[in-house]
Design a protein around this ligand. Structure first.
Ligand SMILES: C[S@@+](CC[C@H](N)C(=O)[O-])C[C@H]1O[C@@H](n2cnc3c(N)ncnc32)[C@H](O)[C@@H]1O
Length: 380
């Protein structure tokens, strides 16, 4: 788990375009003595940029266990006095003061898909001074109908009726219910100009669950395989990052929303689309519908979704369900009950390990869980 987290962050820390843009934008926005909040601090890198820019206090919030390494890196860089790591999801954090700047980098491959809208809306309302600054300040999303033969082939090639003499075609409809990502060297052929489906200002109210509509008139005839989604995020005036054509390449990749079946389009065909984000816990799933009209008549409809309701989630939606604690709930209950001000962290960790021996083979892991659940609420 830790290794995959470290790999994920290594990938992002290797993205120089991203880091240079953030560092320059933070230098411009953060003033001497500012109070800053960093949502999703990861390794703490943006929080440290904020201190370099003059921040006197940074609340660096990170929900994953990487918070431990972030604290170590901050100590190594002699910034522990200015930066306070909070190991919690941002919407569960209460801060003692309001901030001049809220920094975040919780941008997914299609901008909003790390549930950014919800978390930034919450952060702006609860953490930011009235005249404070959000960085990034804006997000734009674009859609374009395309031919994407290489992408379709890469994702769907085994699911045919003759793969090494075996019929695997029954899996094809399932495989299509997935937002895909273009690979670095993969090219798609636009059939119409880019259409902007969202222009969000993070100082304004941002709807947490969003429905994005748009339409495009076909200018170049060709096989229509799906929609490509790009984003552009403005950090501050003049600093824009993203996955859109013509922008400096970053670690974010364009998204591809396939059609149920490909079809040939001609000039002036009208492609109408609706994309919806569906939030489930901390994840965001996409649902996308495509309608094609020719000469005012409906020609084609495609309706795909990557949202899968599991049995437990269906039960949670019913008022008549009698809930029981899952593993995580039982652990949290135990840790909270034991946190009565009379037991040490290691003592609570030992009880946690004794109660759930299969889940806690090492005391370090139990200790890590205790500190995660307790956050900053400790009597010293
Ligand atoms: C894309 S990484 C960016 C990390 C770091 N800020 C950087 O720029 O290298 C996003 C990080 O935010 C964390 N994260 C996402 N949403 C969060 C939230 N609402 N509260 C706390 N952490 C969050 C993730 O665990 C992840 O470590």
């Amino acid at each position: 788990m830790k290794f995959s987290l470290i790999e994920y962050h290594k990938h992002m820390l290797g993205d120089r375009v991203r880091l240079e843009a953030y560092r320059e934008a933070i230098k411009l926005v953060v003033k001497q003595g500012d109070i800053v909040v960093d949502i999703g601090t990861g390794t703490g890198i943006l929080a440290m940029f904020a201190v370099q820019a003059g921040a006197s206090k940074v609340y660096a919030i990170e929900n994953s266990s990487l918070a431990t390494e972030a604290a170590e890196l901050i100590r190594l860089n002699e910034m522990s006095e200015q930066i306070q790591i909070i190991n919690e999801r941002s919407d569960r954090v209460v801060l003692p003061e309001l901030a001049d700047v809220v920094i975040s980098e919780i941008l997914g491959h299609f901008g909003v898909d790390e549930n950014m809208a919800y978390f930034l809306n919450d952060a702006r309302k609860r953490f930011l001074k009235e005249d404070g600054i959000m960085l990034p300040s804006h997000l734009k999303l674009f859609i374009q109908p395309v031919s994407a033969p290489t992408t379709v082939d890469r994702y769907l090639s085994p699911w045919t009726n003759d793969h090494f003499g075996v019929d695997l075609s029954a899996v094809r409809p399932m495989a299509l219910n997935k937002r895909l990502l273009l690979e670095g060297d993969e090219t798609v052929h636009p059939l119409a100009p880019l259409f902007m489906i969202a222009d969000q200002d993070y100082l304004d109210f941002v709807k947490p669950t969003a429905v994005y509509n748009g339409e495009a008139i076909i200018e170049t005839e060709g096989r229509f395989d799906g929609l490509v989604g790009y984003f552009a995020s403005e950090l501050t005036d003049g600093f824009i990052l993203g996955s859109s054509p013509g922008m400096a390449r970053t670690s974010w990749r364009p998204s591809f929303f396939p059609c149920q079946t490909s079809l040939d389009l001609v000039k002036d065909d009208l492609v109408k689309f609706t994309l919806k984000t569906i939030t489930q816990g901390e994840s965001v799933f996409w649902d996308w519908q495509i309608n094609v009209e020719r000469d005012g008549q409906s020609l084609y409809r495609s309706d795909l979704t990557e949202f899968e309701l599991r049995k437990e989630e269906l039960l949670l939606r019913k008022n008549s369900t009698f809930p029981v604690l899952n593993h995580r709930g039982a652990e949290i209950k135990l840790v909270l009950e034991l946190s009565d001000g009379n037991r040490s962290i290691i003592g609570i960790a030992q009880t946690l390990q004794e109660t759930f021996p299969d889940r806690y083979r090492s005391i370090e892991k139990a200790r890590e869980t205790v500190t995660t659940y307790l956050g900053g609420n400790m009597k010293t």
